[in-house]
Design a protein around this ligand. Structure first.
Ligand code: CMP
Length: 139
């Protein structure tokens, strides 16, 4: 059955006008965009969204980066959506990302790595609920 995952097109990518190119890669991987909005995250939103990383040395820089420009938050639907999305994103660090992945093609650094994707079905639900009301998702 189809499942859902949560995706963010990050400020480094929106700045370079890559929203369409990245969305095309997601769609070509078999994922369907069932919700999408362009927002400028507040500091509170970034800190809340990344709260699991609060103790990490990169947390402050990450929150500053994620509020440095617009992002596009999306809900993606497809067979094994979390896994498919992770495959097409590639490794967190673009230096480790496989050929053909979004991060290999577009990411600038481990921080400015163009996209976020949920790492589990459980977190996908939490992350979708963080940014979307049920009626904003049209399957
Ligand atoms: P993301 O999937 O959005 O989840 C946490 C983010 O922290 C990650 O992608 C990276 O963009 C960012 N980040 C910055 N530095 C690091 C690091 N050293 N290790 C892991 N993630 C990092």
């Amino acid at each position: 059955a189809a499942t859902r995952t949560f995706s963010i097109i990050k400020p480094d990518a929106t700045r370079r006008n890559l929203t369409g190119a990245i969305t095309k890669k997601l769609e070509d991987a078999g994922l369907r965009v069932v919700a999408s909005k362009r927002i400028h995250m507040t500091r509170d939103q970034a800190e809340g969204f990344y709260a699991v990383h609060k103790e990490r040395p990169f947390y402050n820089d990450l929150c500053a980066f994620m509020t440095s420009g617009p992002v596009v938050v999306q809900v993606l639907e497809g067979e094994n959506a979390v896994l498919r999305n992770r495959e097409v994103m590639g490794a967190t660090n673009p230096a480790d990302a496989a050929e053909g992945t979004i991060r290999k093609e577009f990411a600038e650094s481990i921080e400015a790595n163009s996209v976020h994707g949920s790492d589990s079905d459980e977190n996908a639900k939490i992350e979708i609920d963080f940014f979307f009301k049920p009626e904003e998702i049209v399957g």
